[in-house]
Design a binder for this molecule. Sequence first.
Ligand code: ATP
Length: 250
Amino acid sequence: MSGPVLEVEALTKRFGKVTAVDAVSFAVGRGATAALLGANGAGKTTTLAMVLGLLLPSAGSVRIFGSDLAANRYALLPRMNFSSPYTDLPHRLTVRENLTVYARLYNLDGVRQRIERMAETLDLGDFLKRPTGKLSAGQRTRVALAKALLNDPELLLLDEPSASLDPNTADWVRGVIERYRAETSATILLASHNMAEVERLCDDVFVMYAGRIVESGTPKAMIERHGRSTLEEVFLEIVRGTSNLGEAAQ
Ligand code: ATP
């Protein structure tokens, strides 16, 4: 297949009177990692949920590996996966049981070996036997990433992949994501509030404001365009130019 792995065209989601995502278009090429940035409520999670087929768009389309998601959902979903701090795994099941359920949902072979491999990759050995509900928030983030990598996805969607992680573990998890990408050439779309993470991992950035993409480019190009030295400074400039919170903070 040539062309982008992910193409989003005029994607829109309305919840009653709220337009959470407003005619958003972007593309992510094979093997690239892209980020959706934006203040709380900008529409990042809603966009990811539509790309995953979890939410039906009010308008617009999502093409994945060149096929329309709405028409080819069941052929496309096995080639994708996601992690999100907002999707809770059943609390009473142990981590191993949860990963086994997901492996079976994906109809994967070699379930035991896959889980062992994930446990090794994400250093889960100590808590495979523990009920998922008794893990700390940061431990659950690692389990969510293990679940996301279980089927070797070619398209990986990550909503705040380092949420609740201490700086050392966050750095280590970013290394896990980088290695996965290097080994598999997977395409990754992530939403993040951590600008250092985005600078390290991402080839392209799409900044959302009130459901629209207001700026895009490589982190380096955006930093240069704004005459700043970090993406964090660029983000603050864009957000403070558009929100009342920014005025209060200055
Ligand atoms: P955050 O950084 O806080 O995670 P976000 O950029 O991911 O924010 P979304 O969760 O996509 O933002 O929300 C975008 C807008 O859509 C917000 O105004 C939110 O209140 C609204 N919204 C999201 N889900 C629903 C829903 N199920 N019903 C009604 N409104 C919703």
